[in-house]
Design a protein around this ligand. Structure first.
Ligand SMILES: [Zn+2]
Length: 458
């Protein structure tokens, strides 16, 4: 292990222990983060910075990937990029023994009428590789990046618009994970997506999320990667071992009466989105990823937007990864030199090693989600009697080998304690529901653990 990295991990452990409150006293052991197993570790070692560089270089070579750019020219425009991503995904699927599929004749698409910054009728196409789960195929996890790009004027579909970091880097994450996971067998289904129309208003991801919702798909987690390719900000700060993860609190879909109920029980910090975020921090900050995941309690960057929000708008938990120190001279800019300063989203500003570590964070999280049982459903906390104990009840999942209650002091950011309770659907914990937050997670026969459920329906 790199000495700098072991220091980083030690610092993480120390700060984690310091963050965990001493009060209240309660049952169980201190929660030890789940480690990647041998198969996952070997898979993550195959993620290759050189391949990420090659993907980004190829995407940039299409000149512009503006959503309204040419869709039939084989060399220039978003159509050429779409076809190249699809053919790459199909080559990965060919190694999967038939379990990974990519729409063959044409990728999922629809015609968007002019609206806002879509100034002409435009076909919006997503490229999606689906690796079907072996035993729980109806449960789905999604990883995505957007393959469209832009310059200063979002309607400019003619000028060169390299989009190396925004968002060639995110597409490279989805493609590299599809490649290394294609010939492995997972319990649940994973979708590796490159979506379009992000810059004009999240059109591709909205189409994908709505399509899944209309099919009543059980999407239990979505990881959006948007601007994950550089470790250096415009103030010169270099921060190669931290990745920022935006995790919204109260879901956008919640009604006022649901928010009232949420406030009544102090669940503002315990949405499914936050539980997904906590899970990712727990499983993906380690020696395999060589990264620390920094969860930010915000939907996205201030007043901007990302493809995870399309999934949240359809009731699905979703988070966004973005490099923590951005350089805004390299985003949404015409390629030009001003006073000796190079503007534009060029490949030369990318850090492919950093991008590869972000891919490993996504890979460890995605695989750990897809190998575990689903998040427990129907969890309730009994409030009918006045007692200093807490009784939790949930729905049985035949795929779970057992369950664990997790808890933390109300002001702690992460689950700190774990109480194994066996293969039951009801348990009483000797700790007052007025003093702590409780969750329940499922454990598979393979040892993989689900994100925690919280006793509130969202
Ligand atoms: Zn973007």
């Amino acid at each position: 292990m790199h000495p700098l990295h072991s220091l980083t991990l030690l610092g993480l452990l120390v700060s984690f222990l310091q963050a965990a409150s001493e009060w209240p006293p309660g049952p169980g052991a201190v929660l030890v983060p789940q480690e990647p197993d041998d198969e996952l570790t070997a898979m993550m070692a195959q993620i290759d910075p050189a391949r990420i560089e090659a993907i980004i270089t190829k995407l940039v070579s299409f000149g512009t990937r503006n959503t309204m750019s040419n869709q039939t020219d084989p060399l220039r425009g978003i159509g050429a990029a779409r076809d190249w991503i699809a053919s790459e995904m199909q080559s990965f699927a060919a190694t999967s023994g038939g379990r990974m599929t990519v729409a063959n004749s044409e990728v999922p698409s629809y015609v968007q009428a002019p609206t806002g910054s879509i100034i002409q009728k435009t076909v919006i196409s997503n490229v999606v590789a689906t690796l079907k789960g072996s035993t729980d195929p109806n449960r789905i996890y999604v990883v995505s990046g957007h393959y469209d790009s832009r310059v200063t004027d979002v309607t400019n579909f003619l000028s060169d618009s390299p989009g190396a970091d925004d968002d060639g880097s995110g597409v490279a994450v989805a493609m590299e994970l599809a490649r290394v996971m294609a010939n492995h067998t997972s319990v649940a289904t994973m979708m590796f997506a490159a979506v379009a129309g992000e810059e004009q208003g999240l059109f591709g991801s909205a189409f994908m999320a709505a399509t899944l919702k209309n099919a009543s798909a059980d999407v239990q987690g979505m990881l959006n990667n948007d601007i994950v390719g550089s470790s250096t900000g415009d103030d010169g700060t270099t921060d190669p071992f931290n990745i920022r993860m935006f995790a919204q609190g109260v879901p956008t879909t919640e009604t006022l009466s649901q928010i009232d109920s949420r406030v009544d029980i102090g669940a503002e910090n315990d949405s499914r989105i936050r539980q997904l975020g906590r899970f990712i921090v727990e499983v993906a900050s380690n020696a395999v990823t060589q990264m620390n995941v920094q969860m930010v309690y915000r939907p996205d960057r201030f007043l901007r937007g990302g493809d995870h929000e399309s999934f949240i708008a359809n009731g699905y938990p979703a988070v966004r990864f973005t490099e923590p120190h951005e350089n805004f001279a390299h985003q949404h800019q015409d390629v030009r030199v001003v006073n000796g300063v190079q503007f534009g989203d060029l490949t030369e500003f990318c850090d492919f090693e950093f991008n590869a570590r972000v891919a490993r964070v996504n890979g460890v999280a995605l695989w750990s989600l897809a190998q575990a049982p689903g998040t427990p459903k129907g969890l309730t906390l009994d409030t009918s009697v006045l007692t200093n104990n807490s009784t939790l009840t949930w729905t049985n999942d035949p795929a779970a080998a057992g369950y664990e209650v997790v808890w933390r002091a109300t002001e702690d950011a992460f689950w700190t304690h774990v109480v194994p309770v066996g293969k039951v659907t009801k348990t009483t914990i000797l700790l007052s529901k007025d003093n702590a937050q409780f969750g329940v997670r499922a454990v598979g026969a393979n040892g993989f653990k689900s994100p925690a459920a919280f006793p509130f329906t969202d």
